[in-house]
Design a protein around this ligand. Structure first.
Ligand code: SF4
Ligand code: SF4
Length: 490
């Protein structure tokens, strides 16, 4: 929480100065009023006088003199002038013709360090989930008949480690995450890569942490033990209770996967205790009981963290979420968010990571020039060593920006950064949620509009409503349990 900076009441204003509201989003928590500033992402708590000034300007611009007169009797003139100056300083108010504030189109430096590399160790999968972005109807890469090998070789994986160590620059820590297809189909290479990366990172006086995503069907005791012993974070792709999971997450012969994964997940959670095991849910029109899914995964299966994401697909698919269903999904998200808040007020953990992640961004004052870190701090590597924007684009020639052997093609990367900058997304320039959203996921945009640089306008209402909810939660914590927010300092 950033307090307004006290400034002299006399600077740059005089009695004739006309003032108007500028670009911010107001929200309330426990009766307190806050402003979320755009594009800076700063948050300010309003006192009574600040609120009164904003209310007075609600119906249109006023001169400084008129404002003072309007508030006469409520606040003394000095206080009104001082608060006006503070509001001007944080750019909540200003001249009616002042140009709209935009984050400058500064590109990140060419040597921007790589934090996270996602290795697609295989593009083969033992499941045939209907909505899969890799094999399903909306795939953008020919993983079946394309040029990439089915499995990443040990040599390519080692080259990837060298690439990560080099591209992480001066950063002492880096993260490697393994992805598929089904990641565990290439478990031998995965094991060797972790050992190799640990040794090489130690030689370079760095540390690398590891994680993977799996559908859990191939987990067995020795793999689980290895994951636990090696402190590899695990996210399980799972959609919920048996009827939900078996609806779309099926083997190639159409058999559901729930009964296969259930005992394996329970053993994973019981054995691997160094890091919380997360569940990653894809929501579709077929099953939208968010609360039931969440409760099943946490209360019955024991997941400590659950993240839910609507399916990425074209609108005409029968599993695509309809606009009406998006509203109901949002209401359920809000119910879980309220539960998250009640836990946080008691200093207790709640596993709904959609809230945790957004609160962390709000707390850190994130104001994004890009929808995510893809193509910059995060890169994906295809099975043949091609480097792409992220795991979802791995193997797509259009989104390849280098190879682990030859490095990043800086010209291509720069062109990507130019094309995808928020400054290019004119639809977003009036949106108060842009510091957090910045146009959203490039893969989602590619599937929806055939253009990764397009803003995800089909999700704007959702994004703004969800961000508002998370701001209210942030404000509530700032008011009643600010110590809880300190955990997001690191
Ligand atoms: S995509 Fe929509 S919600 Fe996101 S920043 Fe752009 S206009 Fe706002
Ligand atoms: S482009 Fe989309 S899928 Fe890829 S890292 Fe960004 S948010 Fe994730």
């Amino acid at each position: 929480m950033t307090p307004p900076t006290a400034t002299s009441s006399s600077d740059t204003m005089n009695a004739d100065t006309v003032l108007a509201l500028r670009d911010f989003h107001a929200f309330e928590a426990f009766g307190a009023r806050f402003l979320y500033m755009v594009p800076s992402a700063g948050i300010f708590r309003m006192d009574e006088c600040g609120s009164a000034i904003l209310d007075a300007l609600e119906s249109g611009p006023l001169s400084q003199d008129d404002l003072v007169e309007t508030l006469q009797g409520l606040f003394d003139t000095d206080r009104t002038l001082e608060t006006m100056a503070e509001l001007k300083e944080i750019r909540a108010i200003g001249g009616p013709d002042a140009p709209k504030e935009e984050a400058p189109k500064d590109l990140p430096p060419a040597d921007f360090p790589l934090n996270t590399m996602v290795l697609n160790v295989t593009n083969k999968c033992n499941l045939a989930c209907t909505y899969c972005y890799e094999y399903g109807e909306d795939k953008i890469i020919d993983t079946q008949y394309g040029k990439q090998p089915k499995f990443m070789s040990e040599d390519t994986a080692e080259e990837s480690v060298e690439f990560l160590l080099k591209q992480s620059g001066d950063q002492p820590r880096a993260h490697m995450t393994f992805f598929g297809g089904e990641t565990l189909l290439n478990f031998p290479v995965l094991q060797k890569t972790v050992a190799y990366a640990r040794r090489r990172a130690a030689e370079e006086r760095k540390t690398i942490s590891f994680s993977l995503t799996t559908n859990a069907t191939l987990l067995k005791p020795e793999i689980i033990q290895w994951l636990a012993d090696n402190d590899v974070g695990v996210t399980v792709s799972i959609d919920g209770p048996k009827p939900v999971q078996d609806g779309l997450r099926v083997f190639h012969n159409g058999r559901g996967t729930y009964d296969v994964v259930l005992p394996k997940i329970k053993e994973l959670i019981a054995t691997h205790r160094s890091r919380p095991i997360g569940a990653r849910v894809t929501l579709t029109q077929k099953h939208l009981n968010v609360l039931e899914i969440y409760r099943h995964l946490t209360d019955e299966l024991g997941f400590k963290e659950v993240g839910l994401a609507p399916v990425t697909t074209k609108d005409h698919r029968d599993y695509a979420i309809t606009p009406e269903s998006k509203d109901s999904m949002l209401e359920q998200f809000k119910e879980l968010a309220e539960e998250w808040l009640q836990h946080a007020l008691r200093d207790e953990h709640h596993g709904f990571t959609n809230v945790t992640d957004t609160i962390e961004e709000i707390h850190k004052g994130v104001s994004k020039a890009y929808g995510c870190g893809a193509g910059l701090g995060l890169l994906g590597v295809a099975t043949d060593g091609d480097v792409s924007l992220c795991h979802r684009f791995a193997g797509s020639p259009e989104h390849t920006i280098g190879t682990v052997a030859d490095g990043v093609d800086r010209e291509k990367q720069e062109q990507f950064l130019v094309d995808h900058h928020i400054a290019e997304k004119t639809d977003c320039h009036k949106c108060w949620a842009r510091p957090i959203c910045s146009g959203g996921c490039y893969h989602e945009a590619h599937v929806q509009y055939g253009d990764s640089s397009h803003a995800n306008l089909h999700y704007c209402t959702w994004v703004r409503s969800w961000t508002h909810t998370c701001l209210e939660i942030y404000g509530a914590l700032a008011e009643r349990n600010p110590r809880f927010l300190e955990r997001f300092d690191a």
